[in-house]
Ligand binder design. Sequence first.
Ligand code: PLP
Length: 375
Amino acid sequence: MPRLSTTGIHGGDHLHTVSDVTPPINISTTFKYTNDPDKLEKMPPGPFPYEVGKPVYSREGHPSGEFVELVISKITNSYAVAYNSGLSAVYAAYTHLNPKVLCIGQGYHGVHGIADIWTRNHGLKQYGLDEEDLEKLGPGDVIHLETPVNPDSLCFDIQHFADKAHAKGAFLVVDSTFAPPPLQDAFEFGADIVMHSATKYFGGHSDLLAGILLTKSEDVWRKLLDDRIYLGTNIANLESALLLRSLKTLELRVKKQSDSATKIAKFLNESKEKYPAIAKVHHSSLQKDAFVARQLKGGHAPTFAFELQTEDQARRFPSRLKYFYHATSLGGVESLIEWRAMSDHTVSPSLLRVSVGIEDVEDLIEDLEQALSGI
Ligand SMILES: *Cc1c(COP(=O)(O)O)cnc(C)c1O
């Protein structure tokens, strides 16, 4: 089996039949039926008979989306289904699993938004991740684990929650957005469905919106494809082409971003005396639990957070920086910093979230130093 970077570039070569080195962008929404009337088939009852490789209408499937799903399947050694956003992927996972009870911890606010819609419409009961919460799980229910978690990139023990879920006949969904390949493979520790917001590291250029569900089960994969046709949440044509471009550099980008984030978190953590404005640094590399190194076998989270002493310092800090854009989101090649209180009302108002890009890490550290020394 070729390795990650090779697969990212060559994983779809057998579908790539034209001489253009970059596969052409295909924007068609509909595809011609055969001209042979004897081969025309009436639609049977039941799920729409969508066949991979035989596009009919792009909401069901289209060549660029299938191409990108195939490469992601190979990269992740699983079956991949692509969606038009990370939240569409989460919605699809809940639609498929249809839990009555959801155990969910701290994490991305939008996922809590979906859970709340589920509670409003279907009476879903929500609990946390403590031992007594997990006791509420029954067969078919779901633990939703985000690890490393937004915004501070601390890790939860996937194996522990997989065992708890499975003991109750429930399922474990892992949001692995903060640790894309090659950092973490949640299947190794018992995840049933792995989700990524591909808007972040898979996309990597802050120019596409997409989500991915991964499963080890061909049967689940087929059911997710069938549901997606009617949820109307297939990844778009143009986004697929952009995502395919991004997969070619996934490993290069993510390894560098992970290395740089680890260096910067270490620098900040060791500079608390020199720059007393730094109150606290949160990063998976500063977490001492033994499972962290097992889970993040490819490197630490490329996004982390730190707190300054006051809310006012945090509000003003992004505007002092040259190389970090003040913006939400993460995963792109350009470094971002966010006064996180602007996107999430549950975090400390003195917290800054940093998504480390692929700029030279020394330049990034110098930029942070000049900003810190001015406080
Ligand atoms: C961004 C994000 C999502 C949602 O993804 P979208 O592509 O914005 O819909 C879900 N989980 C995490 C951890 C995220 O960072």
